[in-house]
Ligand binder design. Structure first.
Ligand SMILES: [N-]=[N+]=N[C@@H]1[C@H](O)[C@@H](CO)O[C@H]1n1ccc(=O)[nH]c1=O
Length: 246
């Protein structure tokens, strides 16, 4: 075990003398079309980590509240455009979490299209997953992510899931769902979501059903955590090693 630890540290401390900084959260971005399987991917990753604290933050929480004026013509509102989101608030929230601060996130209600009470308190965690159709759109958000995932599902599968979810489960008028899809969701996917695929580190074909992809992602996070945990579990060895080095 000693040899193993020593090797790990020698790999770890490539010339860096200072003991490791307090562990920052590991940020994962999960983007992709609506109903592509993003939430399933997030939940399956979440279920693989019991000894780490994981928080999932939905980009949908950051939708701007709609004024009553816009609400009167909500069918003409484009929820699939980047400007529909309060990205500045999302950025400031992520920055705070990165520095170990507790944040208060808005609680957006998709039925009333408004932020409702109470807001959501989010405490810093070991792994923070940001999930949403346009998570990879803003370069400032991308720069904060340690891992960028794009969930790639066929559009017809996404549409059929969306009809099932919105019309069957939530009782929305199917014509209304199809109109919104052709006016906003499909063009929004092609203009804004699909172009962010090129920024992904990992593209998951078949979304949440892709066991191999999920396992590879979980293993990769574990190795990253391995490094992190080593610092956490053996901090004193780091000090000893760096003393000898000096
Ligand atoms: N319209 N439409 N689709 C958007 C978008 O594709 C999806 C993003 O998760 O949520 C949908 N969305 C978001 C906020 C809202 O108030 N209503 C709504 O339908």
């Amino acid at each position: 075990l000693n040899v193993n630890i020593k090797n790990k540290i020698s790999v770890q401390s490539n010339g860096s003398k200072a003991p490791p900084s307090p562990k920052q959260p590991f940020f994962i971005g999960v983007a992709g079309g609506t109903a592509s399987g993003k939430t399933t991917v997030c939940n399956r990753i979440n279920s693989q980590f019991r000894d780490q604290r994981i928080v999932i933050i939905n980009q949908d929480s950051f939708y701007h509240s709609l004024s009553d004026k816009i609400l009167q013509k909500v069918n003409d509102y484009n929820f699939d455009h980047p400007d529909a989101f309060d990205t500045e608030l999302m950025l400031s929230s992520v920055e705070k979490l990165k520095h170990g601060q507790v944040v208060t996130l808005p609680n957006y209600d998709i039925n009333s299209h408004k932020r409702i009470e109470p807001p959501r308190q989010v405490h810093p965690a070991d792994i923070i997953i940001l999930e949403g159709i346009l998570i990879l759109h803003d370069s400032r958000v991308r720069d904060l992510l340690n891992m960028k995932i794009f969930v790639d599902e066929d559009s017809d599968v996404c549409l059929s899931r969306r009809i099932e979810r919105l019309a069957i489960e939530r009782g929305r008028n199917i014509q209304n769902v199809l109109d919104q899809y052709s006016r906003f969701v499909k063009p929004g996917f092609e203009d804004f979501v699909l172009p962010t695929k090129k920024y992904a580190d990992i593209i998951i074909p078949g979304g949440g059903d892709n066991d191999v992809a999920i396992d590879l992602i979980v293993q990769n996070i574990r190795t990253k955590f391995g490094q992190h945990d080593l610092c956490k579990i053996y901090p004193n060895i780091f000090v000893i090693f760096s003393t000898f080095q000096i």
